[in-house]
Design a protein around this ligand. Structure first.
Ligand SMILES: [Zn+2]
Length: 209
């Protein structure tokens, strides 16, 4: 299948084959029929965004539209109009450990995080911190192209970190539902023995091999 370059409405170059290009157009038509897009939603719904949701639902346009609509609702409550700075870390720096440290050779944002370095394990503030960092990484509006690299430093990882199940579930849910096709690669460094055992027994979280 030949590949064609499409100059999208967000003025970013994107590679799509003919089928993807047609499907993204159909997805946009479905979406605009289903809801009136706010200014923030329109900025988010770039060709890149539509293609990601289309791919995440393995080409099922109805499911992709449903999933994207849910994400637009979630963004209204959690992202749109927010100052993308963690209020907890503003007051107490180091409360969370999840920050961009640069880019890799493919120009993907590289984000470093370490469970043991975070002093505040509370779920909602931690999730907000992560969401703001991801939004910053992909540019204003959240509709930019590309994937990110996640370096998880497990130095100091203890059983208590593994037992913060709610946080793990929230991460898995948000990454899968609202940032599909975004995580390029996850690197786990300095794993202690306890992590090795925990990883092998129940297996890695959903979507991660
Ligand atoms: Zn924070």
């Amino acid at each position: 299948m030949p590949s064609s370059n499409v100059f999208s409405s967000d003025t970013l170059l994107i590679d799509m084959d003919e089928k993807e290009e047609r499907s993204v157009q159909e997805l946009r038509a479905l979406l605009t029929k289903r809801c009136d897009l706010s200014k923030a939603a329109a900025a988010f719904c770039t060709q890149h965004t539509l293609l990601r949701f289309y791919k995440a639902q393995r080409g099922d346009l109805v499911k992709a539209c449903e999933s994207l609509t849910q994400t637009l609702e979630w963004r209204k409550d959690n992202v749109d109009g927010r100052v993308l700075q963690c209020p907890t870390c503003k007051v107490k720096p180091g409360s969370h450990s999840f920050q961009r440290v640069g880019s890799d050779l493919l120009n993907r944002p590289v984000i470093y995080g370490s469970p043991a370095r975070a002093s505040d394990p509370t779920v909602k503030p931690t999730v907000d911190h992560v969401v703001y960092a991801l939004e910053e990484a992909f540019g204003k509006g959240g509709g930019g192209p590309g994937q990110w690299v996640w370096i998880v430093d497990l130095n100091g990882f203890q059983l208590k970190h593994a037992l913060n199940i709610q946080l793990g579930l929230q991460f898995a849910s948000i990454f899968t539902k609202h940032y599909p096709e975004r995580l390029g690669i996850m690197l786990l460094i300095n794993p202690p023995l306890v992590f090795d055992i925990l990883w092998k027994v129940p297996g890695p979280p959903p979507g991660i091999e």
